[in-house]
Write a protein that binds this ligand. Sequence first.
Ligand code: M6R
Length: 613
Amino acid sequence: MCGIVGYIGRADAASVLINGLRRLEYRGYDSAGMAVMDEGRMVVVKAPGKVAALNERARARWPDGSFNRAASGIAHTRWATHGPPTEANAHPHLDNSGGIALVHNGIIENYRALRSRLEGKGHVFHSDTDTEVLSHLIGDCHQGDLFQAVCDALHQVEGTYGIAVMAVAEPGRIIAARCGSPIVIGIGDGETIIASDAAAIIAHTRQVIYLNDRDVAVVTADAVNIRDLDNVPVDREVARLAFDSSAAEKGGFEHFMLKEIHEQPDALRNAIRGRLDFHLGTAVLSGMGTSPRDLAEINRVVLLGCGTSLHAGLVGEYAFEDLADVHAEVQQAAEFRYRNPILGPRDMVVAISQSGETADTLAAVRESGQKGAFVMGLCNVVGSTIARETGRGVFLHAGPEISVASTKAFTCQVAVLLMMALKLGRGRRLSRDEGMRLAREIESIPELVAATILQNDHIAEVAARYAHHEHAFFIGRGPLYPVALEGALKLKEISYLHAEGYHAAELKHGPIALLEQGTPVVAMANAVPGQDKTLGNIEECRARGARIIGVVTAGDSRVVGLVDDAIEVPACHPLVATVPSVVALQLLAYHIARHRGCEIDQPRNLAKSVTVE
Ligand code: M6R
């Protein structure tokens, strides 16, 4: 999604901004731009397309090599919402005078009304964006104090924002503010970096301040002064970033996605380490903040998420019901607050989000909190809004996930959900022995995944045979049904192939009409309860000419002759099998996309972190 970088300090701002934007490229965007203060003038450069195009334009703008002389600036990668990804719509946007520049993440919902009011006062707009209204509004409020102008303008807007603003009249400072869209401020040695994501800061400093909603910061090279929208000073603690910048490099892999698939054994070890108690046969998840009494009183688990995180929640639903005998349900986070969720203090709500910034999930967290539920986060990004607002939960420790297509976050989410279900289950239905056996199964997940990754070359060969198709179906049942959904999502988002995931039993209720000679059907045919029925569904597909790629349990002779291509995963507990099975599908999607020549790490139209509704 959109990215913000701001810089003020001793280094040349333009280069810092370009490098910062590069660090944010993984979030997905379709145009980029920056404004720098160059000898008392505001110079704006923008380009549709990639940061590389912006860099070229910037270098051409300063052909004499003076590219490197500005000491402050703001920059942006835009993921189009209001208006196409053109140069005019790219940020920064200027006010009517041209002396104030602004970059913005989020959406100004009442921009139409504000724009017509400002047009009535003679303001001339140059873009289709909601953002340009905010720059004009700040200009309209500006009477010599940029901080006050920003506060006055923000009092008038409805919607969400993370912004950085600077004015020719007030060199040496940048104003940053947030409401619903993250802003992090890095405190360096004689330099300060503003960003929407710590990835743009880590090369400069590890000391950061996360702004809260309604915070407005006056940022100079040596100081950060934070107040609220009503000009009341607020204290925000300085946190330390935990990851190092090498985690954001490809490390010899062709794509971040492939690197992150291969990182899964280690990521899973980190997610599991120290969290299993083999003596008591349970999981130790102190971040959940639950006493044994709390756990005993929980009568429902509600799992919230979007996209891949929603699919992890669906696996969790099976796990909580199977292992803990507790009613569990998954809710699509975007829908949650628009229905009437019936929640109370005995409902445990688990908000699942890799980024911890997904707007829909965050809104569902707030709704759940207002209704008195026991809310916790299951996030990867430490310091993210959902992690901070829930204040309790479990971190994945998967390391930064750069590829837009989520891989290691999903498998770690499932591993953590299995541990949560084990913990709840031990107080309810699982004996100590059963708990110990399950803890051993969970402990083995990294090795099961490593064994699956060893089949990478075989999976690449299978992928080559199917890469030319335009449609594919994924089927599964039980906890492997959400794995089928996730496999289809992975394939469609990175290969642009039309892929649908269905419960295996659902196929004959309609979708089977689409099967033709040669249509690929990816079947979760693992040797787990329900396999017989899935094998029957495979027969039904074969009878209509479909070609079957089976994800099968190693050494399972029952599937021989039923599938055209087999990808083996090791034998294990049915819930645990979801993890190596999805890894097989991640690799399948990756290699199909590669054969099709797709831009794997930054698929068209997609964003890593969806911070707008
Ligand atoms: O950061 P989150 O886990 O909240 O993100 C949710 C979805 O946007 C995300 O999983 C998305 O579906 C991925 N592109 C899937 O690969």
